[in-house]
Design a protein around this ligand. Structure first.
Ligand code: 5GP
Ligand code: MG
Length: 179
């Protein structure tokens, strides 16, 4: 056990407020709707981080879609561990479906690359695209890119609107920087 008191990080400035998120999601929803009209769309939300984003985004896609959720863990504190663990053994039924993977943030790209790899090797989706609320401006290790992204942000640690720091701050209505 660490005998030193650990410093609790403080919430910093608001990076993206509620109104900015809502108006960006209107545009993103319209963009996604245009791509999937007439297609067998399955939205797969990557829990827990994408819960708030997915809930708000889904209601802006007025198509007959299916929703599935998967849970993975890849992060501890502020540092990516690089190991992606799937918390379910069964995959959603995505054979022949056009899959939209929805996640909170694209950082190294490892998480979404691992999920996409698993979907392609273990099932036969018609297509897989990726939607993220946030995309960090940085060199990514994997060649993975987002097809739809809400906001490009700097390489700093953010919380709120589903994103946590050690399970805190997911319920903040805006995106803030953690100091
Ligand atoms: P990647 O695999 O792209 O490096 O990381 C993806 C996951 O790491 C995200 O789904 C998210 O859970 C976590 N993550 C990456 N950057 C941040 C950040 O700035 N803030 C928070 N709260 N989580 C992050
Ligand atoms: Mg997380």
């Amino acid at each position: 056990m660490d005998s030193f008191p650990t410093k609790t990080p403080k919430l910093g400035r608001v990076l993206i407020d509620e109104a900015a998120i809502a108006s960006r999601l209107d545009a993103l929803g319209a963009e996604i709707t245009a791509v999937y009209r007439g297609k067998p769309l399955t939205v797969v939300a990557v829990l827990n981080g994408s819960l708030v984003f997915a809930a708000d985004l889904l209601r802006r896609i007025p198509l007959p879609l299916r929703l599935d959720c998967i849970s993975v863990t890849s992060y501890h504190g502020r540092e990516s561990t690089g190991v992606v663990t799937f918390l379910q053994t069964a995959l959603p039924d995505i054979d022949g479906r056009d899959v939209l993977l929805v996640d909170d943030i694209l950082d190294t790209g490892r998480t979404l690359a691992a999920i996409r790899r698993k979907f392609i090797t273990e099932a036969s989706p018609a297509s897989i695209r990726i939607a993220v609320l946030l995309r960090k401006r940085k060199q990514r290790e994997s060649s993975l890119e987002a097809d739809f992204a809400g906001f490009d942000i700097g390489d700093e640690f953010v919380v709120g609107y589903g994103l946590d720091y050690e399970e805190r701050y997911r319920n903040l209505p805006c995106i803030s920087v953690l100091e």
